[in-house]
Ligand binder design. Structure first.
Ligand code: NAD
Ligand code: WQD
Length: 370
């Protein structure tokens, strides 16, 4: 590990100049893991984040893992002027990975306008500023949510996009359309749209991971908190679905596998291999039920997850998993991590968070966002 870090530092020192990549939302869950993989692949990374759903402490984790502390600026992507200043300050950005977005599905139903304002304005600002600053490539974070309940499984990228089930999902559909329309009007810009399935897990070092804000909405943070005794019982939303064990099925993908796919996408864009817009599913190709996840989590971590069966959650789809063939073939990427290892990393990260919390109680550092 140490040797690898030293070699990378030496490489960066003596190689002419590594490509500079802007990562918006780079302090967040998927962004921070991707930053680690980009640095490991030899890119120079600059991060923009408004810390609305993340903590500046994430930079320490990235530095511990990679030996590099990337440039970070606290900028809101909806602020056109601040973004423009950033591009003037850090010239020569080769490409952008745009993660910055609000992502809580339920909250978007309660408060749709901040979701539309944040997610759409951020993308529009970036697309407007790209040609003005000589930037040609953008990777965009989309979601399997654009498929709703697909008619055929596994779902391919060519499956019809159905009416979004939430304002959040709608922002992803609209953002995809904005990218297509922009590139149709300006063929110098190229883009890769990545549709993530269900990212889970943490970096194996447990230096970075997911920081759920308040009561978790997503399954794995809730499972980990229930196992830790922070939550009384996990509610399994629905046991009467038309699936083998009655619970919903999803395609859970390891966060490091997901992060690596961004490096492949970035390379493809920088190598000039993308003609206009390409869209890829990022999933494992395998569906697992909620009950299977709980059982495997219990087995690999040797801990009980207190849970009870509950009513269906409104808006949940029954089952979805990816056909990742297109990404396998074109991006030369595939999800490799076993779900057992990923679920081990979830628990290791949970324990890391609790240790930090304990230090804080004793008067040490602070964890935010959890
Ligand atoms: P996250 O909330 O952990 O990270 C998003 C980051 O963007 C946060 O650090 C937040 O502070 C920042 N941010 C939000 N709005 C901003 C703004 N206007 N300006 C600057 N920074 C801003 O979320 P994540 O899970 O890492 O998701 C990253 C992207 O992937 C999002 O676009 C999300 O919609 C998408 N996505 C996530 C999932 C998932 O399950 N986590 C699935 C599919 C797609
Ligand atoms: C997974 C499964 C729940 C919590 C969401 C977004 C989607 C995408 C990924 C961003 C479901 C069940 C959950 C709990 C449970 N994000 N569950 N008890 O709903 O597949 O997708 O994240 O783009 O847009 O909607 O993920 O983790 O919330 O749920 O039984 O306390 O776990 O019913 O079957 P979901 P999730």
């Amino acid at each position: 590990m140490e040797v690898k870090k030293s070699i990378k530092k030496l490489f960066n020192k003596f190689s002419s100049s590594p490509d500079r990549i802007l990562v918006t939302g780079g302090m967040g869950y998927i962004g921070s893991h991707t930053v680690v993989e980009l640095i490991n692949a030899g890119y120079e990374v600059c991060i923009i984040d408004n810390l609305s759903n993340s903590s500046v402490d994430v930079l320490n984790g990235i530095e511990k893992i990679t030996g590099v502390r990337p440039v970070f600026e606290n900028i809101d992507c909806t602020d056109y002027v601040a973004l423009d200043k950033f591009f003037k300050k850090y010239e020569g950005i080769k490409a952008i990975i745009h993660f910055a977005a609000l992502k809580a599905v339920g909250e978007s139903v309660e408060r749709p306008l901040p979701y539309y304002r944040n997610n759409l304005t951020s993308l529009i600002n970036i697309l407007e500023l790209m040609p003005l600053n000589g930037i040609k490539s953008i990777v965009f974070s989309s979601s399997c949510t654009v498929y709703g309940q697909p008619d055929e499984l596994p779902v391919k990228e060519t499956a019809p996009i159905k009416k979004a089930l939430s304002p959040y999902g709608n922002t992803k559909q609209i953002c995809e359309e904005i990218i297509h329309d922009t590139i149709h009007s300006n063929d110098k810009i190229k883009s890769i749209i990545l549709r993530y399935f269900n990212p889970i897990g943490a970096h194996p070092s447990a230096e970075i991971g997911e920081l759920p804000n308040g009561v978790p909405n997503n399954l794995l943070p809730y499972v980990a908190q229930a196992a830790a005794g922070i939550r009384k019982k996990l509610k399994v939303f629905g046991g009467d679905y038309n699936t083998p064990d009655g619970s919903c099925i999803r395609d859970y993908i390891d966060i490091m596998d997901l992060a690596k796919a961004h490096v492949c996408a970035m390379k493809r864009l920088i190598d000039g291999k993308v003609e206009s817009v390409e869209t890829f599913n990022l999933g494992t190709g395998r569906g697992l039920s909620v009950l299977e996840i709980i059982k495997t989590f219990e087995e690999v971590n040797d801990i009980k997850v207190p849970y009870e069966m509950a009513d269906r959650r409104e808006g949940d789809i029954e089952q979805v998993w990816a056909d990742p063939t297109y990404a396998n073939e074109v991006l030369k990427w595939e999800a490799k991590e076993s779900v057992k290892n990923t679920l081990r990393s979830v628990w290791k990260w949970q324990m890391h968070l609790m240790e930090q919390e304990e230090d804080h109680t004793k008067g040490g550092g602070m964890i935010s966002g959890s």
